[in-house]
Design a protein around this ligand. Structure first.
Ligand SMILES: [Zn+2]
Length: 171
């Protein structure tokens, strides 16, 4: 079973620690911001997302780092038996996905969803590259013809029906 490990965050304003369980970051312990003198200066947050719904995360405050760490560990040990392996797996998958996006951007490449495609599907069922004139010429004809047929049909069906004047009825 993995153990909890802490790593100091790069936060120049407040002491903050990331807490990990094995390779998954499961929460933080840190100095709280803007807290009046006399109130608890330390807090912890126990939980991770995706994998564990935010409403199931646990948090608390304490007078010192030592107390906050003890509070975190108590919360974690009551939470851990409720967690499935899938919860950790969700978190790892999400992390891998984000890392892949960052790596793609770092290489100056576009994400698959950002690549503009000039491929079109013709009404005849063939997929062609609309940026290649010789490839698309015939299909432009097909699409144009189909469009005209539709437009004609619409014009026919939408032609207003003239009502025969009814004599003798109420005007
Ligand atoms: Zn075609």
């Amino acid at each position: 079973m993995p153990s909890l490990t802490r790593r100091r965050c790069d936060n120049p304003h407040r002491e903050t620690w990331d807490v990990s369980y094995g390779d998954v970051r499961v929460g933080t312990i840190g100095e709280r911001a803007g807290i009046p003198v006399g109130a608890d200066q330390w807090g912890w947050s126990c939980g991770f997302y995706p994998g564990l719904e935010p409403r199931r995360h646990r948090q608390g405050t304490a007078k010192s780092f030592i107390e906050a760490r003890a509070g975190f560990e108590a919360d974690w040990h009551s939470l851990l038996p409720e967690l499935s392996d899938d919860a950790f797996e969700d978190c790892r998958r999400d992390r891998a996905f984000r890392a892949e996006i960052r790596a793609t951007r770092a290489r100056g490449e576009k994400l698959p969803t950002e690549i503009y495609s000039s491929l079109m599907r013709c009404v005849c069922g063939v997929v062609f590259d609309s940026h290649k004139p010789d490839e698309s010429y015939d299909h432009r004809g097909h699409i144009h013809a189909a469009y005209n047929t539709k437009a004609t049909k619409r014009a026919v069906t939408k032609r207003p029906q003239r009502k025969e004047p009814q004599h003798g009825g109420p005007c």
